[in-house]
Structures are given as structure tokens and as C-alpha cells.
Design a protein around this ligand. Structure first.
Ligand SMILES: Nc1ncnc2c1ncn2[C@@H]1O[C@H](COP(=O)(O)OP(=O)(O)O)[C@@H](O)[C@H]1O
Ligand SMILES: [Mg+2]
Length: 151
């Protein structure tokens, strides 16, 4: 378990940027996607982390929250290890089936995918043990956030 404290959203993005660079270097699993579950209250920094992560992975495109489309997909063109990053937001869904209808099973099982999941609670039981869990909490000051990374 790694605990980090950040005191600005720039710092949080930087942390996510470096985390992405580090984790993408090595092939994680041959059996499933590299799955990163991001949990924490509204405004705790999950989407901010994803933005930094995607930049660290080399995504240049504009990044917007998948709150309404549920899944946003980005192409990784210059990596051997991973080909696609899927950013999933389960905030609005009532039933995991909504995501299975969008191809969740294939997304999670393809080892060429990276999958970042906000509000993962509703699909928790479908995630493999190898999933990395990152917990976001508010700190004492307004711009302080505590990020705990399981591994
Ligand atoms: N240290 C920090 N880390 C992340 N976000 C921060 C931090 N300090 C302030 N913020 C602000 O908090 C908000 C976090 O929002 P967001 O990343 O969308 O959260 P979530 O996706 O968890 O709901 C943003 O407006 C961001 O600018
Ligand atoms: Mg969010």
C-alpha cells in the first residue's frame, strides 16, 4: 500500500502521470486487462487522476468525463504492451448489465487493454483479483487529497 498526499490538482495529475509511465513499462498480466479501480467521494480527484494518467500514457486528445457515455476509449499507438485505454464511469448506472451490454466482459479480459474505472462498486465482483485499487480521500485543507494505492 502506497499513500500519497497531494496539495493541488496539478500535483495529483503529476503523480498519476508518473504512475502511468511506471505501470505501463511492464506487461502486467496475460490473462486480463490492466484494471485500475478508483474509489472515493465526489470531488475527491478520481477524474483528475485519470487525466494525468492518460497524459502519462501518451494520450494527446482532449479528455472529458465519461459520466454520460459510460465508457470512453483512447488509442495507444506507440506502445507494444497496451493498445487501448478505456475510461469507465459507473456513477450513473443502476445495473452492471448496462456495462455488459457495452462489452465490459471483453474489455476486462483483453490483456492489451488498460481499464480505469470510477465508482467501481457496482462491478466490483466482476473484477479480477489482479485489479489495482486506488482510494481517494479529502485531506484536512481544501486542496489536499490522500491517495492510497493498493498492490
Ligand atoms: N489535490 C487535489 N487532487 C485532485 N483534485 C483536486 C486537488 N485539489 C483540488 N482539486 C479539485 O477537486 C476537484 C476534483 O474533481 P474530480 O477529479 O472530478 O473528482 P471525482 O472524479 O473524484 O469526482 C477538481 O475540481 C480539482 O481541481
Ligand atoms: Mg469523476
Amino acid at each position: 500500500m502506497f499513500t500519497h498526499k497531494t496539495t493541488s490538482n496539478e500535483q495529483a495529475k503529476r503523480l498519476a502521470f508518473l504512475f502511468a509511465k511506471e505501470i505501463i513499462k511492464s506487461k502486467f498480466s496475460k490473462k486480463s486487462a490492466l484494471i485500475i479501480a478508483l474509489s472515493g467521494n465526489l470531488g475527491s480527484g478520481k477524474t483528475t487522476f485519470v487525466q494525468g494518467f492518460l497524459r502519462g500514457a501518451g494520450i494527446k486528445k482532449k479528455i472529458t468525463s465519461p459520466t454520460f457515455v459510460l465508457i470512453k476509449t483512447y488509442k495507444l499507438t506507440n506502445l507494444k504492451t497496451y493498445k487501448l485505454i478505456h475510461h469507465i464511469d459507473c456513477y450513473r448506472i443502476k445495473n452492471a448489465k448496462e456495462l455488459f451490454n457495452l462489452g465490459l466482459e471483453k474489455i476486462l479480459s483483453n490483456s492489451k487493454n488498460i481499464v480505469l474505472i470510477e465508482w467501481p462498486g457496482i462491478i466490483k465482483k466482476y473484477l479480477p483479483k489482479s485489479a489495482i485499487w486506488i482510494k481517494f480521500k479529502y485531506g484536512r485543507k481544501e486542496s489536499e487529497r490522500i491517495i492510497k494505492i493498493s498492490e
